[in-house]
Design a protein around this ligand. Structure first.
Ligand code: GLC
Length: 438
């Protein structure tokens, strides 16, 4: 058994740390800008200027079943989709706002289709829900608001009431957690700490302003097992480093305990979460695979984002990247699912990353660099029963040898475990050796 214990949390994270890999989906009116989910803020648009998107939003090619099929093929086991992003537009049929997809040319509940399709493929269902809202008439200014810089901030805030806004959120969250069956993850986003350069009309927003305790109590009462992230400024189940890859298991800030964590990442350059037509910095296939391996080798999950077009399909870039995962995961998923950081007694050889099955019986050596025909693994002597390539189950012979370097008398002869490899690297972006331990 793995010797690592994670800090206890209120939700059920057992399936989550087993499944390891999920799909993030950022889709909303902002997808039409093909620039950024933050376009309203970036370009300081007024709600009036932004209304063009609402008027013309028509995802006529949306096929949630196709997305779900692609996610599943890529080896993803759960998904988290934007039900409402910072722009404040609901992608579901809410009774608490008219600013919703059913009132656009889309004319349908887009979240309903997502839930039905992904659930049918056996994926777990997550809802991203923004705590920020750049549309709601009760939401006050803060430094992330599109109108943050207007001269008369006080006039803007006049009559706005964050209590009413918090109640609105509870109402929507109640709908989301009541009308769509079992929900596995509630992904709240995010809190705004005070800063020295805040103007008086800007309001920092955290647990108090969101009335997070009440919000979360409500969510837990409706979906007791559900996982909730920590972004409402109240510790719950998951830590969520964003566009940042931890290089070690994330620890609790105060107690130092290991925590349940999930890195969220984009397929392309940092910053844009939604479809970005002019994107140039796509991550290479190697990087995509390595990010997943690195994450699991540090005991974490990876939530990889796609940004569908405003017409509702995944573009070629997204599909190519998902195919990269599909090809690799089909053959190597066993080193990811149900795996975690290897026990401390096992130290990865140079250029490799290790994962180990939860029951401790299998160890996986991911060769990020392919060596010559020997892979030396010091410290593994006497521990390995059988070795094979994971992708094709082909035996890899092991030797425990003493290696000398033709300078006898000078060198100490070291006993090492050596795995004999084929000279040519197999056709896998990162080949994996599966070691069955004694
Ligand atoms: C940030 C951004 C938001 C994005 C989220 C994903 O908090 O504000 O646009 O959805 O990260 O992690």
């Amino acid at each position: 058994m793995s010797s690592y214990t994670r800090r206890k949390t209120p939700g059920n994270t057992d399936w989550f740390v087993h499944d390891r890999f999920g799909m993030f989906i950022h889709w909303g009116l902002y997808s039409m800008s093909a620039r950024a989910a933050w376009v309203k803020k970036d370009e300081r648009m007024t709600t009036e200027q932004y209304s063009k998107y609402f008027k013309y939003f028509n995802p006529d090619m949306y096929d949630a079943k196709e997305w779900a099929r692609r996610a599943k093929e890529a080896g993803m086991k759960y998904a988290v989709m934007t039900t409402r992003h910072h722009e404040g537009f609901s992608m579901f049929d809410t009774q608490y706002s008219d600013y919703k997809c059913t009132n656009t040319p889309a004319g349908r509940d887009l979240i309903r289709e997502y839930v039905d399709a992904f659930r049918a493929e056996g994926l777990k269902i997550g809802f991203y829900y923004s705590l920020l809202d750049w549309y709601h008439q009760d939401y006050t200014l803060d430094k992330y608001h599109p109108q943050f810089n207007i001269a008369d901030g006080d006039a803007f805030n006049e009559g706005r009431d964050m209590h009413r806004y918090a109640e609105f959120m509870r109402n929507q969250v109640r709908e989301l957690l009541t009308n769509y069956g079992k929900i596995d993850i509630l992904w709240l986003d995010f809190s705004i700490p005070p800063a020295a350069n805040d103007r008086p009309c800007w309001q920092a927003k955290g647990a108090e302003e969101w009335e997070a305790e009440e919000l979360i109590k409500l969510a837990r009462s409706l979906q007791p097992d559900m996982i909730i992230n920590n972004r409402a400024d109240l510790e719950q189940d998951i830590w969520s480093p964003e566009q940042y890859q931890p290089m070690e298991w994330v620890r609790h800030q105060e107690t130092g305990e290991l925590v349940t964590w999930e890195a969220c990442q984009t397929l392309a350059g940092t910053y844009s979460w939604c479809y970005r037509r002019d994107e140039g910095a796509w991550k290479s296939p190697e990087m995509l695979i390595q990010m997943l391996i690195n994450t699991v080798s540090c005991g974490g999950n990876l939530l990889m984002n796609v940004g569908p077009t405003s017409r509702g399909y995944l573009d070629d870039h997204a599909n190519v990247a998902l195919d990269v995962y599909a090809k690799w995961m089909k053959y190597n998923g066993r080193s990811i699912y149900g795996c975690t950081k290897a026990e401390p007694e096992f130290v990865a050889p140079r250029g490799c990353r290790l994962t180990q099955s939860e029951d401790g019986k299998r160890l996986y050596v991911h060769m990020m660099e392919y060596p010559y025909k020997f892979l030396e693994i010091p410290g593994f002597e006497g521990k390995v029963d059988y070795a094979q390539f994971l992708h094709d189950g082909s035996e890899l012979r092991i030797r425990e040898v003493e290696i000398g370097h033709f300078s006898e008398g000078l060198t100490k002869r070291e006993k090492k475990l050596v795995i004999l490899l084929p000279l040519a690297k197999p056709d896998m972006i990162v080949p994996v050796i599966e070691l069955f331990l004694k």
